[in-house]
Design a protein around this ligand. Structure first.
Ligand code: ZN
Length: 233
């Protein structure tokens, strides 16, 4: 595809490669950490579902269903449906990793119940983020194609919605993990090495969100360079 440099190598592709590398490392790291602590069973033999129910009930939450969802690391809490979905390697498991992830998702359910501001802001910005990720590229390409810098810049503006969304996601994710780890410790669900293991898993998971933000910022930088480079032609 022609991005407007005329000739030679589009060196801005390096930014995309760096982003892909960082995201790849974060993804491998969370999988590796999860697998390591998926082999460490909590010595009480409590399952992730029992832990989730305990945490939800302790917070006075009785209307959130726990369901099983296919895949690996596909665990999530859906505020719309009030459903906490645990993946195959988490649902009903007794590993320290599974319990950490289940407790993290409960953290989101508690955020929802408490109307935690960053979560509300995140949910509210989903439509804008979707517009940003789906519409920005076509707008930028059309702008470059017809030689309209303002249109291309408008596309970049739309893309910043994605960056903002990923930025808002960070406090939501960090807070869910902090709540989870606090409860696991306070209620003596995980102790010592078990708690350390769950902490490592949740930290690795949090890093994937940081990596995603970093990657998107590099993409934004690349778009700015391409559109400004075009303007100088
Ligand atoms: Zn989360």
């Amino acid at each position: 595809m022609y991005y407007g440099y005329g000739y030679g190598f589009d060196w801005t592709i390096i930014l995309v490669l760096i982003g892909a590398l960082v995201s790849g490392i974060a993804s491998l790291n969370v999988r590796g950490t999860f697998n390591r602590y998926n082999k460490m069973m909590n010595y009480r033999g409590i399952t992730s579902n029992q832990v989730a129910e305990h945490i939800l009930h302790a917070a006075g939450i009785y209307d959130v269903r726990i369901e099983r969802v296919r895949g690996n690391l596909t665990d999530h809490y859906s505020p719309k449906e009030k459903v906490l979905r645990l993946s195959d390697s988490v649902y009903g498991r007794t590993s320290v990793a599974a319990i950490g992830v289940a407790a993290h998702e409960c953290g989101h359910a508690i955020q929802h119940q408490e109307e935690y501001a960053p979560l509300k802001l995140r949910s509210a910005s989903v439509p804008l983020a979707n517009i940003g990720s789906w519409v920005s590229w076509p707008v930028i390409l059309v702008g470059l194609f017809i030689g309209s810098t303002p249109l291309a810049q408008f596309g970049i503006f739309l893309f910043t919605f994605v960056v903002v969304f990923q930025l808002i996601t960070l406090p939501v994710e960090f807070d869910a993990s902090a709540r989870a780890l606090r409860i696991l410790e306070q209620d003596n669900i995980l102790e010592g090495e078990e708690h350390k293991g769950a902490t490592k898993v949740l930290k690795a998971a949090a890093m994937t969100y940081v990596a995603a933000l970093f990657t998107t910022i590099l993409q934004l930088l690349r778009l700015v360079l391409i559109v400004n480079g075009r303007r100088r032609d």
